[in-house]
Design a protein around this ligand. Structure first.
Ligand SMILES: Nc1ncnc2c1ncn2[C@@H]1O[C@H](COP(=O)(O)OP(=O)(O)OP(=O)(O)O)[C@@H](O)[C@H]1O
Length: 309
């Protein structure tokens, strides 16, 4: 699934254990220059832990590889200096203005030519006209943009963003992603974790993790093709009862989308057999293209919980 572009992140067998639990389990990941890589998976699947190992903040228990050409174990300090890492928590000062926050960060990280860098970053992210606003008075979307600006001050080649738009409204999320695409156009590489499906669809490549194990990696089209699912959309008064009945069948992947029920399976024959008892003049069904969300539901349902023990 490699395109031949240079790897900014190339790691193999990355593993992290806490107590007796393996929370990241022999994970291989390759991230290419100038692309936006989405990192998806359910809560607690190991995304933050992986990101922290990649940027040198956590030492893996097993595994090896490089990030920005530096060894993730032996040169962790170099990596920390070279990446922009945005954590899930807004870590800026609410009683400082946008500009004061950026100057503060520039001083803490000893960014050379701070005044020039702050000005350039304000303009790069469309924050210049708001620079005197207090961070605490900003909407969620603008706060995230300021946090992104703080990560970019030292001009990193790689951004690691951990759920940067959680809780942000759809318009602000779209603008944030327009910004990410503009940065990627300029050669920046982005690894971004998200739970939002519309954001997954905006990534050049995706990785899906569950229970610490990487289950799929590639473009959206590659993930959909590799899943090999047939999907039907069913509507009618009995879809509620149908969902309850079909969810017990392990070969089926079932999810409600508004008034419609999506049912997917690898085997068309098994799918037909499962749906047959539910046919009738009150139920309408149509074969649809399998969506990324259908694929993630199937991957999640097929994953085994290695934490449960
Ligand atoms: N310092 C720690 N000590 C013990 N367990 C930890 C520690 N950090 C993370 N974990 C556990 O490791 C697992 C993976 O956590 P992680 O935060 O990496 O998941 P995640 O995919 O980022 O989740 P979310 O989508 O909710 O942010 C979780 O079960 C979590 O409770």
């Amino acid at each position: 699934m490699e395109s031949g572009a240079p790897a900014i992140i190339d790691v193999h067998g990355l593993t992290k254990r806490y107590g007796g639990r393996t929370v990241v389990d022999h994970l291989d990941m390759r991230v290419e220059r100038g692309r936006i890589h989405g990192f998806l998976g359910p809560n607690g699947s190991g995304k933050t832990t992986t990101i922290r190992m990649l940027c040198g903040l956590l030492t893996p228990d097993e595994g090896s590889g490089s990030c920005l050409g530096f060894d993730i174990v032996r040169q962790a300090r170099r990596i920390k200096r070279e990446v922009g890492y945005m954590t899930q928590k807004f870590g800026l000062y609410e009683d400082l203005t946008i500009e004061e926050n950026l100057f503060f960060i520039a001083r803490v990280y000893a960014v050379p030519n701070a005044a020039t860098r702050v000005q350039a970053t304000l303009e790069r992210l469309g924050l210049a006209s708001r620079k005197t606003q207090l961070a605490g008075a900003l909407s969620g979307g603008w706060k995230q943009r300021l946090a992104l600006a703080a990560c970019l001050l030292h001009d990193p080649q790689l951004l690691l963003l951990d759920e940067p738009t959680a809780g942000v409204d759809p318009k602000a999320r779209r603008e944030f992603w327009d910004q990410l695409h503009a940065l990627a156009e300029g050669g920046l590489t982005v690894l971004v974790s998200t739970h939002y499906m519309d954001e997954a669809e905006r990534c050049h490549r995706l990785a899906y993790i569950a229970y610490g194990r990487l289950l799929a990696q590639g473009t959206a089209a590659q993930l959909i093709a590799a899943a090999g699912l047939t999907t039907w959309s069913i509507t009618g008064p009995r879809v509620g009862a149908m969902a309850i009945a079909l969810r017990d069948q392990p070969q089926l992947h079932v999810a409600s989308f508004g008034n419609a029920l999506h049912v997917s399976a690898r085997s068309e024959t098994e799918l037909e057999a499962a749906l047959a008892p539910w046919s009738g003049s009150d139920m309408a069904r149509a074969r649809i293209d399998t969506s990324l969300e259908d694929v993630f539901i199937a991957l999640m349902q097929g994953a085994t919980d290695n934490y449960a023990a």
